[in-house]
Write a new protein. Structure first.
Length: 67
């Protein structure tokens, strides 16, 4: 049960902020098809990175971003 609760927490914390996501989607009509594809890939990569970061921190693994 505890593992299920951790997974639910991870999925809730993942991804780009909804406002940012909506803004990027609103800009899509003004972009070329090539840039739209790049934008979609970047949004997926950000979501995966956030998921990985949350999963690692919930597992007790910490790391520094280098910034």
């Amino acid at each position: 049960m505890a593992m299920l609760q951790k997974l639910i927490g991870v999925t809730r914390q993942s991804g780009i902020d909804k406002n940012q996501q909506n803004l990027l989607k609103a800009l899509s009509p003004y972009l070329s098809r090539e840039r739209i594809v790049k934008l979609e890939k970047a949004m997926r990569a950000a979501k995966i990175a956030a998921l990985a970061s949350t999963a690692l921190s919930s597992a007790g693994i910490s790391f520094q971003s280098g910034r």
